[in-house]
Design a protein around this ligand. Sequence first.
Ligand code: PHE
Length: 330
Amino acid sequence: MKEWYDAIKTAQSVEKLEEIRIGIFGKKGVLAKEFAKMKTAPNEEKAGIAKELNIYKSDLMSLLSECKMNLQTQELSRAMKAEAIDVSLYSQQSSRGALHPVNETMDKIVDYFISMNFTVQTGPMVEDDFHNFEALNLPKYHPARDMQDTFYFKDEMLLRTHTSPVQIRTMLHTTPPIRMIAPGSVFRRDYDLTHTPMFHQVEGLLVDKEGTVSFANLKYILEDFLKYMFGEVAVRFRPSFFPFTEPSAEVDISCIFCKGDGCRVCSKTGWLEVLGCGIVDSNVFDAVGYKDVSGYAFGLGVERFAMLIHHIGDLRSLFEGDIRLLEQMK
Ligand code: PHE
């Protein structure tokens, strides 16, 4: 039996080991022969022989499986070495990428509101009339619908013209209090220096018990946010109108290029408009069945922020996929 131990130990491959296994344990293998011999042995010796053979059997088996495992690991590591690709190999042509300015700006905005305990909500880009208009206090034939040139599908479906429908969707499936933002793409029929048919907004909505949310709260968070985005700027709230907020305001920052002296970018006014906001109109709460609550909402255009931060003159250049624009973002 000794030679079988040596054979197993010196086998160089898994196949060789398999041959040896058959030689020992196969139907015509040595063990079978030894057990056959046992039958002709005197009765009083049979038990002793059987015991010995069984010890051999289990010894050889465990040796076999141990050696098999070793050989397999060796073979695997040999194959891995031979077939390895050096992914760290430096290529002369490779160059570093950069985040698209819209993504970068979006990330920065979202980070701010997450740090202020707002959750991020999403909604569909193909919306229905109810969520995009009706529930936002924009009934059919309301003149304010003209503010937004809409892409329509059949059956009252449309491409959402703003992220405000996510306010409605969130209120319909949660109970207040709510602190949410909704980042995403929106669509309008517009195309010029400062408008593209698709652009991005971030919506904000805060709802809590009646009497606990004030315009002062809204002013505070937006001023803090705008200073986080643009550094030390002056912030100004101008009365405005949105159907879904009352009172409403548009928010300006002092021009970051001329510091308020008046230049081409701010059309000599010293101010840049960056946000729309207001106290949620009670008709909106009625539309979602909310009672005894108050809230504020705001909405901003991400491209507008990106253009100001990176001093980009033509909004359309953000969507032309020109690698030279991205190269400047590194
Ligand atoms: N939805 C408005 C727009 O697209 C922005 C806005 C959102 C204004 C929330 C006030 C409150 O112009």
